[in-house]
Design a protein around this ligand. Structure first.
Ligand code: FRU
Length: 497
């Protein structure tokens, strides 16, 4: 039985979604069918295909009562649209079906675990959203909410845990057959914690332990946790609200953290290192999956709560996901590389070796807005240049600049002139590690975004841009003298059969 609320959302997207021309969307980044998108949800494999759900408000380009939109893909790049999966149609989720995870059950059904939000009034009459964890089970298209929802509520919290900030379950099955979920929570000191729960059947859950706590060191509430093993390390990803900057590593507002450490079932998680996940302007709420071939792949909302006020006025969709990225741990850091499937869509190679750049120049065949380009910047000797700038999405009025300063080892992304209509944060700088004085920048452009992968994934910076598509010049500029190698491909996505 489909509820009226769900049917209405499905009818709305079927009627109005197809009006948005493909050319007004990114070529290969996931976008909502229509309206608003935020966090990736339920990023997982089901019956051999990758499913991606997302926080969705189809009726406007603003956040509203959350539904779960639904996409699937065979290659992480070409997305097939499926009908809205969840709508806020029960008492326990009437104010929204918030973020969560998904997995395939042993009997072949697909399980969704999400946060149900229900509005209450506190003693002073103020509105409070109470959050519980809920289950829906389906066949990859249609889902039925569990009759005994919610499966986790206030009574299942550890002492001091907040029932108002208790959300975003990420669910998986351990090698011992037990089901686990990590859930974000706020503790009595008003800062974030990540709680671990377990279940023998995915329906009855019990609290195991607090995996890690913020103690007001890294922001306040920790949203959207993930927890997995990667290259011998145990990793927690989380998205803190209200961060303070720490040097060039973390920025104010909504930030993202990778906590690296070890896990022992008796002692729990021991944190060893903390780093930012993405150093650009638009990146939040990442979620990972384990692909059947063993790759740990991450996708995130390529947006940030602090930047959502800047929208092109005419758009009928808002919010997009990052390029899915393969994760690894190298030299004690989280490395991210575009999924290797991207390389199968490379066309028209343009290769230039050993080009001297002094002042500003362009190169034959190097332009475009949907492309994959690697630029290696090499000094001509000690202090041969003060800075190098790569300009993309450029015309007389616009450009997006990636600037490297060798004396500081900093990279800066600057989208002040990239068509965003509001005065929000447009620049960010971060530290990089040149190798033998060289720096390698892999830049992936897709109509409305730029993602820069530094030194084979040691650091990544993502940003949304709205520069008109005709602005497709690319130039290289140096204050001083550098040598560059450039390898550039157009990305061409044929229609899926
Ligand atoms: C993160 C978040 C989640 C929540 C969802 C609501 O961006 O705030 O914590 O579940 O968005 O849309």
């Amino acid at each position: 039985m489909i509820s009226d609320v769900l049917q209405k959302a499905r009818d709305f997207e079927t009627q109005y979604g197809p009006h948005i021309p493909d050319t007004e969307r990114p070529a290969f980044h996931a976008t909502p069918t229509i309206g608003w998108m935020n966090d990736p949800n339920g990023f997982s494999f089901y019956q051999g295909e990758c499913h991606l759900f997302y926080q969705y408000h189809p009726y406007s380009i603003e956040w509203g009562p959350m539904h779960w939109g639904h996409l699937k893909t065979k290659d992480f790049l070409r997305w097939k649209r499926l009908p809205v999966a969840l709508a806020p149609d029960e008492e326990y989720d009437a104010s929204g079906c918030f973020s969560g995870g998904a997995m395939e059950l042993p009997d072949g059904r697909q399980l969704l675990m999400y946060t149900g939000v229900q509005r209450h009034h506190d003693a002073e009459g103020f509105i409070q959203d109470v959050q519980t964890q809920c289950i829906a089970i389906g066949d990859g298209v249609g889902y039925e909410k569990y009759s005994l929802n919610p499966v986790l509520s206030k009574k299942d919290l550890p002492k001091g845990g907040s029932a108002i900030d208790f959300r975003d379950p990420k669910v998986w099955q351990g090698s011992d057959g037990t089901y686990y979920a990590v859930i974000g929570n706020r503790t009595e000191d008003d800062s974030g914690a990540i709680l671990l729960y377990q279940s023998h059947d995915c329906l009855e859950w019990e609290f195991v332990r607090t995996l890690d706590r913020c103690h007001n060191q890294y922001g306040r509430m920790w949203e959207c946790p993930d927890f997995f093993e990667l290259d011998g390390k145990q990793i927690i990803l989380t998205s803190p609200q209200d961060m303070n900057p720490i040097g060039l590593e973390f920025h104010a507002g909504n930030c993202t953290l990778c906590l690296m450490g070890s896990f022992d079932p008796e002692k729990g998680f021991t944190r060893e290192r903390v780093q930012a996940i993405d150093y650009g302007l638009d990146f939040y709420a990442p979620q990972t999956l384990l692909a059947p071939d063993g790759r740990r792949i991450m996708i995130a909302w390529m947006q940030n709560w602090d930047t959502v006020g800047s929208k092109p006025s005419h758009c009928r969709w808002f919010g997009q996901m990052t390029l899915p990225r393969e994760l690894s741990i190298e030299n004690g850091r989280l490395y991210q590389r575009p999924v290797r499937e991207l390389e199968t869509y490379r066309r028209n190679p343009v290769i230039h070796h050993h080009i001297l750049v002094s002042g500003e120049t362009n190169l034959p065949g190097v332009q475009g807005r949907v492309l994959d380009m690697t630029v290696t910047v090499k000094p001509m000797g000690p202090n041969s240049y003060r800075w190098f700038r790569l300009h993309v999405a450029k015309d007389g009025q616009h450009d997006t600049i990636i600037r490297y300063k060798p004396d500081e080892s900093t990279l800066k992304i600057d989208r002040c002139r990239s068509g965003l209509p509001r005065d929000i944060v447009h620049t960010r700088s971060f530290l990089v590690q040149p190798q033998d004085g060289e720096i390698k920048l892999r830049v992936v452009l897709d109509r409305f975004s730029v993602e820069v992968f530094v030194n084979d994934g040691e650091a990544v910076a993502s940003a949304v841009i709205y520069t008109r598509q005709e602005a497709e010049a690319i130039t290289f500029e140096a204050d001083g003298q550098v040598l560059i190698d450039v390898e550039k491909y157009h990305l061409v996505f044929d229609r899926e059969d």
